[in-house]
Design a protein around this ligand. Structure first.
Ligand SMILES: *Cc1c(COP(=O)(O)O)cnc(C)c1O
Length: 356
């Protein structure tokens, strides 16, 4: 392949790296340990639905059944949603709808990589407002940047990946009022925070777009289902660039069943939040460890020393965490997905022993 064949904007992108997985406990990608098929009724309803399933037919272009289930869950109209192959696909659609080459988006840093990557692919760039010490968002700096640059899209990840920080909804409303352009709030982890969501403000602010996903609290990472919620006019605009049959028929069959069973699924979510707080408290007691308060299903942890040794010691115990190697933003960092007490007890003992 000749490099000249590539779109110029991506010529020097690094390949996206997904770590090869050999470990039993994979807690590096914020997946949920729940298998929804174990929830009473889910498998039975799925099998029943399969009786009339016709995989030879193209799926519904706008995922009507999922939109209806979401409307019931969120308390909005089906027309307020656009659904796709994971939140990642929705980010691509969103940026593709609003960005021209040379445009700017505004992000806080550190955050999820996909916003900057997606913007750069389109020949746009990202203005970054660095977090305050302790990885809390610089609210004043963000508002100033919105007013000064009027970026085409202002991106707020709330709660933030990878820091776990939750911004108050009142701040996001200030951003919405200050921005002449799109404000995109990524609420992938909002079901864990259960407060400060702005999804009910889509009727109030015609420039607000909220992202949610079924990958995290709903435990469907493998199914691929994410959605945007916004004013109908915005949804219609984004739908113009969507691939006609972007979401496969099986996800369209299964997701509404899972959404209907959310009460049981959220019991597991609640258990994860309790376990997160326990893990946080235990990690906080370990010398040479800094752990940040989190409103998600993961914790950001930094160590003063022995980062690589701890990573390897965890792997020997069959645990894979996300490690930030040579990172400017997150020196000596790990991002640890919260699962169950047995896994976390091993984790805690590995950190304790290494840093004793
Ligand atoms: C996981 C995640 C998403 C979307 O994930 P999908 O699996 O593609 O739905 C979006 N934003 C953030 C911040 C995430 O962590």
């Amino acid at each position: 392949m000749k490099t000249e064949w590539l779109r110029k904007t991506i010529a020097d992108f690094d390949p996206y790296f997904v770590a090869p997985i050999a470990e039993k406990h994979v807690i590096n990608a914020n997946e949920n340990y729940l298998n929804v098929l174990t929830i009473p009724g889910v498998k039975e309803e799925l099998i029943q639905a399969l009786d009339t399933f016709r995989p030879q037919i193209y799926p519904k272009p706008m995922s009507d059944d999922i939109r209806k289930a979401l409307a019931d869950y969120i308390g909005a109209k089906p027309e307020n949603f656009i659904v796709g192959n994971g939140g990642d696909e929705m980010i691509t659609y969103l940026l593709g709808t609003f960005l021209d080459p040379g445009d700017q988006i505004l992000i806080h840093s550190p955050t999820f990589d996909m916003y900057e990557l997606g913007a750069e692919t389109l020949g746009a760039s990202a203005i970054k407002v660095k977090d305050l010490p302790g990885y809390r968002r610089d609210q004043k700096g963000l508002l100033e940047a919105v007013r000064r640059y009027q970026p085409k899209v202002t991106v707020i990840c709330n709660p933030n990946n990878p820091t776990g920080d939750l911004l108050p909804r009142a701040f996001i409303e200030e951003v919405l009022k200050a921005a002449d352009n799109i404000v995109f709030v990524d609420e992938a982890y909002m079901e864990f925070a259960q407060k400060e969501s702005v999804i009910d403000l889509i009727d109030t602010y015609p420039n607000l777009i909220v992202l949610r996903t079924l990958s995290k609290a709903f435990a469907l990472a493998g199914m691929r289902c994410g959605y945007l919620a916004a004013d109908e006019a915005l949804i219609e605009a984004i739908a113009k660039i969507k691939a006609p049959y972007n979401l496969n028929a099986f996800t369209q069959l299964f997701a509404p069943i899972v959404i209907r069973h959310r009460e049981d699924i959220f019991k597991v979510r609640d258990a994860i939040c309790v376990e997160r707080d326990r893990l946080y408290a235990a990690m906080k007691e370990i010398p040479s460890v800094t752990v940040y308060p989190s409103c998600t299903n993961f914790l950001l942890v930094q160590v003063d020393k022995k980062q690589e040794e701890i990573f390897e010691a965890l792997r020997r115990k069959d645990i894979l965490v996300k490690i930030y190697r040579n990172s400017q933003d997150i020196p000596n960092g790990f991002r640890i997905s919260v699962t169950t007490k047995d896994v976390d007890d091993v984790l805690i003992s590995v950190f304790r022993e290494a840093l004793a």
